[in-house]
Each structure stands twice: as structure tokens, then as C-alpha cells.
Design a protein around this ligand. Structure first.
Ligand SMILES: C[S@@+](CC[C@H](N)C(=O)[O-])C[C@H]1O[C@@H](n2cnc3c(N)ncnc32)[C@H](O)[C@@H]1O
Length: 313
């Protein structure tokens, strides 16, 4: 049943396509739907009346929960306004885990506080069964002097050499600003945002379904991390861009035996449980003082070098 959709982007209306996906068959579902903010999509109307938009959202939210496995997770990215409605729907059939605040500037909304974050709802189907891996990200440092930003309440001696465990506020991943790095799409997400979610909630070979694929960000993250994917996209032009990129994508985002997420030549997301294995690739700091004042660097051996070369091909 799933095979015809597996590891490809299928052009069509997600509500129609969802009908062919069996109950409890997908490891995680991720949605980044139209925000109903009159964005200039190629073919979609992004300005529905309030109740029409909410009714439509309720239908695909219920489909996401239906197809997700009991051990699986459901993630939805949107502006906070719409997420407040989504929680009311999801709370009836799934288990709330987190509201992740992704620190990223959004459009000014008039006389109000300047919106500075998107939300990512994180639900699970069954709280007792769900898959979750603790994630670490690099310490934040002064750009010039490289010293850690935080003083950690005088407990720097206890610092993890790589970086802290991830919280529900993400400030280290930025929106794609420059046109040079974007496709012809008004709201493309960064690949490493999706890589972080996949490392947190899936294993190699798991299936991720994205009903609003756009130009294929979720699918590319899945392919780079050795996961499988199902992508739906209404617009033929976006579906074609995504399919072309997927054919060209050959990079395996892996160091040794561990899947990791890389941005600008640095690992920016890894699983806590993989750290012991990954230390072999890093020049280890000898003291807490070293962690405080120096960036952790990957050893310039052949393997690490080839990993980063492949990323830039
Ligand atoms: C916010 S964008 C997703 C962008 C995507 N995350 C990326 O990084 O490229 C929403 C996408 O949903 C698509 N879309 C709108 N209605 C749809 C529907 N009924 N079924 C499938 N896709 C739809 C739009 O064409 C648009 O590309």
C-alpha cells in the first residue's frame, strides 16, 4: 500500500492522498502547512476565511494522527496563532509533548509585539511507546574570542565538551535568507531544522510523511539521514523541484557509525548516545578551561575531511 508513495514526492491534494495511507503505518509525520497569510504560492489560495481554514486544518491534522504509528510522533510548524487552534484538535487524539519555540524573525503584525518565533508542536500518539533521543548542540560562543556565552552558574567544570542538551527553545538555526540558497518557493525551511527533528524522533530506515512538501526539505533531510520519506505536494512546479533535488542528493550525513546534522562544516545536532563514538573524530579539550575558551574541532583526518568535501560537492 505504502510502496507507491515511498521515497518520492507525489503531486496531489494531501487530503485525497492520505486516504491511501493505512492507519498506524508511519513513524513520524511533519507538517508545515500554508499559514493563510496570503503568501504568493504558485498555485494555492493562501487566504481562506477563518472558519474554512480551521475546518481544513482539522481534517489533515486528524489524518496525521491516524496514519502515525503508536510509537510515532507528530510535528506541526506554524505561527503561534494557528497552533493555538491546532492544540485543541490534537489534544483529543494525541499526547502533547512540547511547544518548541524556534527563534526566527517573522513578519510584523501591526500594533502588537514583534513576532520573533515560530512554534513547532510536538505530539506523540502513545506516550508510553514513543521514540525519543536526547540531542546535543554546540556551545554558543563569542564570535571573536570564542569564549562561552553562558557562565553556567560557576559550574563550567561540569560542562559537556560538545555542548548542552537541547531545550524546547531553538536559537541556533536560522531561516534561509539569501535568494542564492533558496528555491523558487516563498517559505522553504532549512534542511538542518528537519534533520534535528528526525535525529530526535526516528531511527535509520524509519518513514517520515510530510503532506505539504514544498520543495522537498523534509524528504532531503530524510534521505541525508538514511530515513525513508513520503512527500505530498499540490503544486506540480514545487513537486518537480523537489524530485529533481532528491535525484541529485547523494550526501550521507554520517560520521563513523553515527548520523549527525551538519551546517557550515560543523556538526550542529548529534544524539547524546553517539557522543562516545564521535569523540574519536574530535580533538579533545584537556581541561574545563579548554572547553570554556576553545571551539571543539574535528581532527583533520581523511575521513572527516571527506565527509565535509562531500557536503560541498
Ligand atoms: C509552507 S509551504 C511548505 C514548505 C516546505 N516545508 C519547504 O521547506 O519547502 C506549504 C506547501 O503546501 C502546499 N499545499 C497547499 N495546499 C496543499 C494541499 N491541499 N495538499 C498538498 N500540498 C498543499 C503548497 O503548495 C506549499 O508548497
Amino acid at each position: 500500500m505504502l510502496d507507491q508513495y515511498l521515497n518520492r514526492i507525489t503531486q496531489g491534494d494531501c487530503l485525497t492522498l492520505f486516504q491511501s495511507i493505512p492507519d498506524n503505518s508511519i513513524d513520524i509525520t511533519f507538517a508545515d502547512p500554508p499559514f493563510n497569510l496570503n503568501k504568493k504560492y504558485h498555485s494555492t489560495n493562501d487566504r481562506l476565511a477563518l472558519q474554512a481554514y480551521l475546518n481544513w486544518c482539522e481534517r489533515w491534522l486528524n489524518e496525521m494522527v491516524r496514519v502515525t504509528k503508536p510509537s510515532g510522533s507528530i510535528f506541526i510548524h506554524n505561527i503561534p496563532k494557528w497552533l493555538t487552534y491546532y492544540t485543541a484538535v490534537l489534544n483529543q487524539t494525541a499526547q502533547f509533548r512540547h511547544w518548541i519555540s524556534w527563534d526566527a524573525p517573522t513578519s510584523p503584525m501591526g500594533k502588537t509585539l514583534q513576532p520573533a518565533h515560530y512554534g513547532i508542536l510536538f505530539y506523540t500518539k502513545d506516550i508510553k511507546q514513543h521514540k525519543f533521543y536526547e540531542i546535543r548542540y554546540p556551545h554558543k560562543r563569542c564570535r571573536k574570542c570564542k569564549i562561552l556565552h553562558k557562565d553556567y552558574g560557576g559550574k563550567k567544570s561540569l560542562l559537556h565538551p560538545f555542548g548542552p542538551l537541547l531545550s524546547d527553545v531553538w536559537t541556533d538555526i536560522h531561516r534561509i535568507k539569501h535568494h542564492k540558497y533558496r528555491d523558487a518557493h516563498p517559505c522553504q525551511l532549512p534542511i538542518h531544522l528537519l534533520e534535528r527533528i528526525l535525529l530526535m524522533a526516528t531511527d535509520e530506515g524509519d518513514i517520515v510523511l510530510d503532506p505539504f512538501s514544498g520543495t522537498g526539505t523534509t524528504a532531503i533531510a530524510a534521505k541525508r539521514l538514511g530515513r525513508q520519506f513520503i512527500g505530498f505536494e499540490l503544486d506540480q512546479e514545487y513537486a518537480t523541484i523537489a524530485s529533481t533535488k532528491l535525484t541529485q542528493e547523494q550526501f550521507h550525513s554520517k560520521l563513523g557509525a553515527s548520523w549527525v546534522s551538519i551546517y557550515l562544516d560543523q556538526i550542529i545536532t548529534l544524539r547524546d548516545q553517539d557522543w562516545t563514538q564521535l569523540t574519536a573524530y574530535y580533538t579533545q579539550p584537556k581541561t574545563a578551561e579548554d572547553i570554556d575558551t576553545r571551539t571543539l574541532t574535528i581532527k583533520p583526518d581523511n575521513y572527516a575531511a571527506s565527509l565535509f568535501d562531500r557536503l560541498h560537492e
